[in-house]
Design a protein around this ligand. Structure first.
Ligand SMILES: NC(=O)C1=CN([C@@H]2O[C@H](COP(=O)(O)OP(=O)(O)OC[C@H]3O[C@@H](n4cnc5c(N)ncnc54)[C@H](O)[C@@H]3O)[C@@H](O)[C@H]2O)C=CC1
Ligand SMILES: CC(C)CC(=O)C(=O)O
Ligand SMILES: [Mg+2]
Length: 349
């Protein structure tokens, strides 16, 4: 019986994971669920955003469904105790270095996209974001300059092994899709990025069938809204992937629509989460769009449980609901989180 760890977290995290769990229960009757606190909720309950018991459950589980963490109430805590430390800790402790973030415009959502309909319709891409390194995990600190000014620093760093393994995921992902890989960096300014680009080019020798291109991240951000249809797979570092995926979400209609999978070396055990955060501005109001979490559950079925058919059913149910006009407020409608989930559940039969 596969064990699914549910880590709801803060803000809208519990609302959207509850919806995703209902969907999992509807398509798979043999799953065992265990829930544990994470983020601010865990700090309040147990004094730490990632308690040992939560980490143990995450280690033991076959897959993890994660909601979101964070709340401004915790923003003055030391960094290691802030809710966000929990998600970074889980990704690192479980060596989940490959973050797959698909961005697709579902039929009917043209009017929700920030782009013109004919441009929006072309978006169908996968962002492969490195998740265990970069400026998020480098040495950081605060201090005072010789002139008495406060200063802060965060080290941006990758080694070639880290770049090589994510580059391979990028190439393999492109091979399974339409054969195009765009590597995004800032090699014109950053040494970390020059190393990134050099290593991606070396790895490309093993993938002569893949059309490789490179973009600087500023240009990539611009191209993403000018012509998102030009992209098949984007491979990039932790920081750039974080930013570009939020941007891609508004090309596809809403941040409430984009799921993600964080995978390790076996490409199987993973943590599945919407790309959005805890959205404190709408938390507790039943306004959150659960589709990103539900689609993350579909990725869980596909990657961790090898149940592609069930994953397809869930994705078709979300597509069907959207095509029939089901809309939460972020998509211009008025359905509550639960009502949107119902629309999906109804289409699962
Ligand atoms: N994976 C995670 O746990 C993440 C956590 N965060 C944390 O979340 C907190 C809030 O961060 P923000 O920058 O406001 O980003 P956010 O993604 O939580 O929200 C950004 C905007 O999108 C809206 N939004 C997000 N998800 C939505 C959904 N499912 N349906 C409808 N609208 C949705 C929010 O209402 C807000 O206006 C912070 O503490 C931040 O650190 C942020 C990003 C990822
Ligand atoms: C909360 C951050 C640590 C991460 C983030 O914004 C993301 O993974 O999308
Ligand atoms: Mg983010």
């Amino acid at each position: 019986m596969p064990l699914i760890a549910i880590l709801p977290g803060d803000g809208i995290g519990p609302e959207v994971t509850a919806a995703a769990r209902r969907v999992l229960e509807a398509v798979a009757s043999d799953l065992e669920f265990a829930e544990a606190p994470v983020g601010g909720a865990a700090y309040e309950a147990k004094g730490h955003p990632l308690p040992e018991s939560t980490l143990d459950l995450a280690r033991k589980a076959d897959a993890i469904l994660f909601g979101a963490v964070g709340d401004f109430r915790f923003d003055t805590l030391e960094r290691a105790l802030r809710p966000e430390a929990a998600i970074l800790g889980l990704r690192k402790e479980l060596s989940l270095f490959a973050n797959l973030r698909p961005a697709v415009l579902f039929e009917g959502l043209e009017d929700a996209s920030a782009l013109r309909p004919e441009v929006a319709r072309s978006i169908d891409l996968m962002i492969v974001r490195e998740l265990n390194g970069d400026v998020y995990f480098g040495e950081k600190g605060r201090g005072t300059t010789a002139d008495g000014l406060r200063e802060g620093h965060d080290l941006m760093r990758y080694d070639e092994g880290e770049v090589r393994r994510i580059a391979r995921v990028g190439f393999e992902t492109a091979r399974a899709r339409n054969g195009k890989l765009c590597s995004v960096d800032k090699a014109n300014v950053l040494e970390t990025s020059q190393l990134w680009r050099d290593v991606v080019i070396e790895v490309a020798a093993d993938y002569p069938d893949i059309e490789l291109s490179h973009l600087y991240v500023d240009n990539a951000a611009m191209q993403l809204v000018r012509d998102p249809g030009q992209f098949d797979v984007i491979v990039t570092g932790n920081l750039f992937g974080d930013i570009l995926s939020d941007q891609a979400s508004m090309c596809a209609g809403s941040i409430g629509m984009l799921p993600s999978a964080a995978l390790g070396a076996d490409g199987k055990k993973g943590m599945f989460e919407p790309i959005h955060g805890s959205a404190p501005d709408i938390a507790g109001q039943g306004k959150a769009n659960p589709c990103a979490a539900i689609l993350s559950a579909a990725m869980l079925l596909r990657y961790s449980l090898g149940r592609g058919e069930a994953a397809d059913r869930v994705e078709q149910a979300v597509r069907g609901a959207i095509a029939d006009g089901a809309r939460t407020p972020d998509l211009g409608g008025s359905l509550s989180t639960d009502a949107m989930a119902e629309q999906v559940l109804e289409r699962l039969g």
